[in-house]
Every structure is written in structure tokens, then in C-alpha cells.
Design a protein around this ligand. Structure first.
Ligand SMILES: *Cc1c(COP(=O)(O)O)cnc(C)c1O
Length: 497
């Protein structure tokens, strides 16, 4: 199976090439030429399988230039013992018909670990096939969670360096501390004066700049990406939707072939796109419910067919969804436009120049039939956290709360009672201040005191990777301007122009 660029269908590369390169030189994203099928029989066989086996099956269908042993080895190294739950991605039942898919049992307590624990292994195998010994330099733009998960995944990986850029005032105190204290000999972390979109645009500009690419090549290095623009990030995310369906079968909550809906807290459109791919593979998924916070650019797009980023950017209590340019939407558009690269190019050019585009009527109709959309502000997020805790005794984080809110609103408005999997994207202790403030008044001063009080109030466990941050001295404190990113990268690599 080969991969095409969304901006030039003539570009065709292997999975290994797509993963090492990260993004196509034309600025497009790599997508598989066709989506492989997962038959009901194969799905049935996965019901009794563990997460590693489920991952091996799904990944193998996409990474056809990997050997079966290579795929299995990557899955084993990633999901063997790095997760605090033996099921890796367990389902928690709120009530009949509503299930929370906990994706945060990995080392950094957010769902990004699901992909970033395996990406370094996929990258190593891919580089062995394609990069002729060049050192790989991973550049990451993060709205808070990707950065830490990528650092943790790639720390001390052979022949690899990783640099992370995060918005100085756009992440939670816990997220900042997680990144600033990162250990490892090949890691660097920078805050930028700007928001996530600035960081992402800056990183994309560096990647696709031929001059910088040539400079790196002269120095025996090449760039790659650990953001969800990299196909190697998306494919592991398909696995947990397959896994959730298998677990619902296993517990008897559904029977083979029964549809389920999914509700996904969304930012860069990676997580929900993975659910779309799972549906295309044959997992009986009905509606894809796209949940946003006050930055409701996707809600408006799904409801109107116009994507318009010309609007105020809000900093919210769910910072990992504070995004106005959702990169992975480009992959969906490519699919829905019948893989017409010219149409995608035109829309992306319009986005770059005017900050907006409108999809053709037939694409809008498909978007409407596949997706539902909903958004909530910080107050509704807090109210949802409180209600879920009072009603079910279940503590969820601010992002997950947006997913619960969207699920409830969708059900209320449509009467559709299909069993629904709500993606839970972070552990509540990543955002202890916002979560505690949602439950009660509290005058604790710092994040750790908030976490302690949250623990006292809810009798839930503070994950060790978070409580262990207390008292650690930050290693990385540099702040740079968004216009300086190129220079910062070259300096860090010891390359002079
Ligand atoms: C990254 C992130 C999201 C958004 O996921 P996308 O794949 O970017 O849509 C939601 N919640 C949390 C906690 C995240 O870290």
C-alpha cells in the first residue's frame, strides 16, 4: 500500500517514507491510497485478543512495507508495560449506552501516549528502511500534551533529536512543568510568544523550507514530525476504536454489527479522524460527534460547510483544544472530494490567504451525514464535570467533559440512543485547578495543593508521573519569539547558515 499527498496525488511513497518524512514537500499530508477492510470475522477474532494483538492486526494492514515481526515488535515495545492499565485503553461504563474510553493510562497521562509510545519504534524501523543513516530531528508544536508525550517517547532514542515548541501562556501549569523538567540527552524545549497555531505554522514552515532542508542534509540530518500531521501518529489511534468495539462485544453491551457512536474532544482533528478511518475500515460506527470548546471553528464548519479561522482565539480550561487551524481536516476533505488534489490545494490556499474556505455542496452533505458537532464554554465544561461526578461518581478532565457535553446535547436534540463511546483524552490531574474549581470553591495556591485537595475530595488517585513532578527544578526555561523559531532550531543543531 502506498501513500499519496493530499496536495499532489502523483506523489506516492511507502509507509516508511511517509513516517520518516512526516509531511509531503508540497505541504500536503500523506494518506493511504485506500482504506483496508477489517471484516466482521477479523473483528470477532480480536474480541479475545489483548491490546498488543489488536494493534498488531490493525497496524499491519496499513504498514505493508513492515514485516509482520517488525509490526508485532513495535506494538509489544509500546504497549507491553508502559501503561498503568493492563488493558491499555479500558472502557469505563457511566451507564447503559454511555462508555468512557480512557486513553490516558500512559506515562504522560494524556491520550497522546497512545500514539507517541509507538511512533519512535515505527520511526526507527522506517528510518532503517529509508533514511540512509541520517540523524532524525523531530520538531514538535504542542498545545500542551503532544510535547510531553513526544519527549517521553523519543528521549534518548538512538540517532534522534527532538525539539518542542509550546505557547508560553497557552498550557496548564502542570503541562508546562512536565515539559520543562524533561530528562534525556537528546531533548530541547522552548516556549514561544504566540499561540498554538503560531507554533504549528512555524514548525510547518521550517519543514517545508527547501533551503533549511538542504542545510540539514549537508549536515547529515533530516527533519521529521511527531505531530498528528505524521501518518505514524494517526494509525495507532485507529486501534483504540477497534479495541473499544471489541470490548463492548466482550462485555455483551452490543452484538456484532450493532452500530456505536463516538464522541471525541477535538482540536487538530486527529483523534476523530482516526475514528472516521476505523469506520471506513468496517467498524460499525454511526455518528462521529465532534466536540469543541469555545474555539468552535469545527462546530461551525460541520454545521455550515464554511471553515473560517478569522475570529477571536480564546484561552480556555481545555487548552489542548485551543486551536483554530485543524490540520487533519485536510485528510478528510481529500477523501470527501473524491481524492481531488486540485480541490484540496485550492481550499488550503484560500485558508492560507483569506483564512477561510467553503466546501462544495456535495462535500457538505457528506460532512453532515457523517458528523455531528457541538461546543461548550468553560462554564458548561465545569458544570459537566460536576454533574458527571455527582451522577456517576466519575471524575473526568476538562477535555473529556467537552466530549460528554457534546454526547448529551446530541442525544437530547436527536433522540438517537445508539450506545456511545466518549473518548477520554486526559487524566483529570493534568488540569487539577480547573477540575477542582468545577467541583467546589478552593483557595489552594499551586497545582500540587489543588491536586491534593482534589484527591481528598474525590478519593481518586493522583498518577505517579504527575505527583512526582513536585519540587523538580525546570531544566528548560528559554522563551523565543515566533519569528525566531528557524534560528533557534539551527542554533540548537549547531548549524550556521
Ligand atoms: C490533543 C488533545 C485533544 C485534541 O486531539 P486532536 O487529535 O488534536 O483533535 C483533546 N484532548 C486532549 C487532552 C489532548 O491532549
Amino acid at each position: 500500500m502506498l501513500y499519496q499527498s493530499t496536495r499532489d496525488s502523483a506523489v506516492k511513497v511507502s509507509a516508511a517514507q511517509a513516517i520518516t518524512q512526516g509531511i509531503s514537500r508540497d505541504g500536503g499530508l500523506f494518506v493511504p491510497e485506500c482504506i483496508p477492510a477489517l471484516t466482521a470475522e477479523e473483528l470477532q477474532n480480536l474480541v479475545g485478543a489483548n491490546y498488543i494483538q489488536r494493534a498488531t492486526c490493525v497496524l499491519g494492514k496499513f504498514l505493508t512495507d513492515f514485516t509482520a515481526d517488525e509490526v508485532a515488535e513495535c506494538a509489544r515495545l509500546a504497549y507491553g508495560d508502559r501503561f498503568r492499565s493492563p488493558e491499555v485503553a479500558p472502557l469505563h461504563k457511566l451507564e447503559d449506552g454511555a462508555y468512557v474510553l480512557e486513553l490516558w493510562h500512559g506515562p504522560t497521562c494524556a491520550f497522546k501516549d497512545m500514539a507517541l509510545q509507538i511512533l519512535p519504534h515505527l520511526m526507527r524501523v522506517s528510518a532503517g528502511k529509508t533514511s540512509d543513516g541520517k540523524e532524525i530531528v523531530i520538531l514538535v508544536a504542542t498545545s500542551g500534551d503532544t510535547g510531553k508525550a513526544a519527549l517521553e517517547g523519543f528521549r534518548d532514542a538512538a540517532n534522534t533529536k527532538i525539539m518542542v515548541f509550546y505557547p508560553e501562556n497557552g498550557v496548564s501549569a502542570m503541562q508546562k512543568l512536565q515539559m520543562a523538567t524533561q530528562e534525556g540527552n537528546n531533548v530541547q524545549v522552548f516556549a514561544i510568544r504566540g499561540n498554538f497555531d503560531d507554533a504549528q505554522s512555524g514548525v510547518k514552515a521550517i519543514f517545508t523550507n527547501p533551503e533549511i532542508g538542504a542545510l540539514l542534509a549537508e549536515n547529515g540530518k533530516m527533519f521529521s514530525s511527531a505531530n498528528s500531521i505524521n501518518w505514524g501518529r494517526l494509525v495507532p489511534q485507529i486501534v483504540y476504536y477497534v479495541s473499544a468495539y471489541c470490548d463492548l462485544l466482550k462485555t455483551g453491551a452490543i452484538r456484532m454489527g450493532d452500530p456505536i457512536n463516538v464522541s471525541v474532544p477535538t482540536g487538530n482533528f486527529g483523534d476523530i479522524l482516526a475514528a472516521y478511518y476505523a469506520k471506513q475500515m468496517g467498524v460499525p460506527i454511526g455518528k462521529l460527534i465532534c466536540a469543541s470548546n469555545r474555539n468552535r471553528v469545527l462546530t461551525d464548519f460541520i454545521r455550515t460547510g464554511t471553515y473560517d479561522r478569522n475570529r477571536a482565539f480564546y484561552t480556555t480550561t481545555s487548552p489542548s483544544m485551543d486551536i483554530l487551524i485543524s490540520s487533519n481536516l485536510e485528510r478528510l476533505l481529500y477523501d470527501l472530494c473524491g481524492r481531488d488534489d486540485a480541490q484540496v490545494r485550492a481550499m488550503m490556499t484560500s485558508l492560507a490567504t483569506d483564512g477561510k474556505y467553503t466546501v462544495p455542496a456535495e462535500v457538505k452533505a457528506q460532512v453532515e451525514s457523517l458528523f455531528a458537532a457541538s461546543c461548550c464554554d468553560d462554564e458548561q465544561t465545569a458544570a459537566t464535570i460536576r454533574e458527571v461526578f455527582e451522577k456517576y461518581g466519575y471524575l473526568c478532565d476538562t477535555h473529556t467533559a467537552c466530549g460528554v457535553f457534546a454526547y448529551e446535547e446530541y442525544r437530547r436534540e436527536t433522540g438517537d440512543n445508539t450506545p456511545t463511546v466518549i473518548a477520554s483524552t486526559a487524566n483529570p490531574y493534568k488540569f487539577p485547578a480547573s477540575v477542582l474549581d468545577a467541583l467546589c470553591e478552593d483557595d489552594a495556591e499551586d497545582e500540587f495543593a489543588k491536586a491534593e485537595h482534589l484527591h481528598d475530595k474525590t478519593a481518586t488517585e493522583i498518577p505517579a508521573p504527575l505527583s512526582g513532578l513536585r519540587g523538580k527544578t525546570p531544566r528548560f526555561t528559554e522563551v523565543c519569539d515566533k519569528t525566531e523559531m528557524r534560528q533557534v532550531v539551527l542554533n540548537a543543531l549547531g548549524i550556521t547558515e
